[in-house]
Ligand binder design. Structure first.
Ligand SMILES: Nc1ncnc2c1ncn2[C@@H]1O[C@H](CSCC[C@H]([NH3+])C(=O)O)[C@@H](O)[C@H]1O
Length: 339
């Protein structure tokens, strides 16, 4: 058998991917980008300020310089690059994402064989409970998860460009920390909003909305979208909510939204990523498997979501593309058939 050097190289690039991720995670855990930003740039200074061994820092930084995360060297000093700058502590940082992916999500992926073979959550095997329940009991992880979602929320400010919220009563179902609702109400002074999420999210969402748009136009509802959603909305938003649930559960949420709509002018606005079966691209396909590892769910194709909407009596009216491979789908309740 002749060795295909190119193929060998490609396999090695892939199987060392997990090591790269863990090296980046360790740099974040040690706060290396922040130390360098604060002027502690040499190997000795980084060792002293992190408590890690200088040799360990040297070997880690050698890899991270080679992969373009940092620049410079340990004797004259390391420098941050645009990549490591994205890891600096502060709003919009990818720091918490690295920590979460390097800890709980890394452990969840160790059960990939089981998760893929049985189409069930690797996280549940590792932690003995569903992901969202775990978040309810682990405030630090819940905070990291919401920072992670926020880091991938660059499309929020563009949502009012693809849907006119003026004068509307907006219900954000599974609204999380309130960032999307704040962005919509901030851009639409005459809109009002209700955020529905699990009880444990209420303080976080309340704090964010109070600090951004104030609570005058806002109602917070701690509850369960599978049981009921607030009535009388002009637009029901489901942003990055559906992937965690199976088809039956998704149809239940769609039906709850349809029944709660104020009138026939009300709409359902889905904001999500969709996978393509015909010409698959890497990132959505990766996120799909990642959702399987964490929640046992996954991304659907647009055709599949359209079929589930149809089952719930909703028709897709139009579609708009948003950044971060996110798509907006607007659906309306189907008019009852004329007798
Ligand atoms: N049964 C439920 N009822 C209401 N919200 C839920 C339920 N289960 C999970 N969630 C919430 O669904 C959200 C999914 S994460 C998406 C959050 C937000 N829409 C955003 O795009 O940033 C989390 O905030 C969960 O707490």
């Amino acid at each position: 058998m002749t060795v295909n050097v190119q193929a060998t190289r490609e396999v090695i690039e892939m199987i060392t991917g997990g090591w790269r991720a863990q090296a980046l995670y360790t740099a974040v855990k040690l706060g290396l980008a922040d130390h360098i930003e604060a002027g502690r740039t040499t190997g000795a200074e980084l060792a002293e300020s992190t408590g890690a061994s200088e040799e360990g820092i040297h070997r880690l930084m050698r890899l991270l310089v080679a992969t373009g995360v940092f620049a410079g060297n340990g004797s004259t000093g390391y420098r941050n690059t645009d990549v490591s700058a994205a890891l600096l502590d502060g709003p919009g940082s990818l720091r918490d994402m690295c920590l979460l992916y390097g800890e709980e999500f890394y452990v969840a992926w160790q059960h990939a064989h089981h998760a893929i073979s049985t189409v069930s959550s690797g996280f549940e095997v590792a932690y003995g409970q569903p992901f969202y329940d775990y978040l309810g009991h682990h405030a630090d992880t819940a905070r990291r998860f919401h920072h992670t979602l926020n880091a991938a929320s660059m499309f929020f400010h563009q949502v009012p460009e693809v849907f006119d919220f003026s004068g509307k009563m907006v219900v954000d179902v599974g609204g999380g920390g309130g960032e999307l609702l704040a962005s919509i109400l901030g851009a639409t002074p005459d809109a009002r909003g209700t955020l529905l999420d699990r009880e444990h999210m209420m303080p976080k969402a309340g704090e964010h909305l109070a600090a951004t748009v104030g609570l005058d136009r806002v109602e917070l509802v701690g509850g369960d979208m599978f049981t009921d959603v607030p009535k009388g909305g002009d637009v029901y938003i489901l942003c990055r909510v559906l992937a965690a649930w199976d088809d039956e559960a998704v149809v239940t949420v769609f039906e709850n939204c349809r029944r709660a709509m104020a009138d026939s002018s009300a709409r359902l606005l889905l904001l999500d990523r969709f996978v393509e079966d015909q010409n698959p691209t890497v990132l959505p396909s990766l996120w799909d498997l990642h959702l399987l590892m964490t929640t046992g769910g996954g991304h659907r194709s647009r055709e599949r979501i359209t079929a589930l909407l149809d089952r719930a009596g909703l028709d897709v009216e139009r579609k708009a593309d948003l950044p971060m491979e996110t798509v907006a789908l607007v659906a309306a309740a189907r008019a009852p058939a004329q007798p």
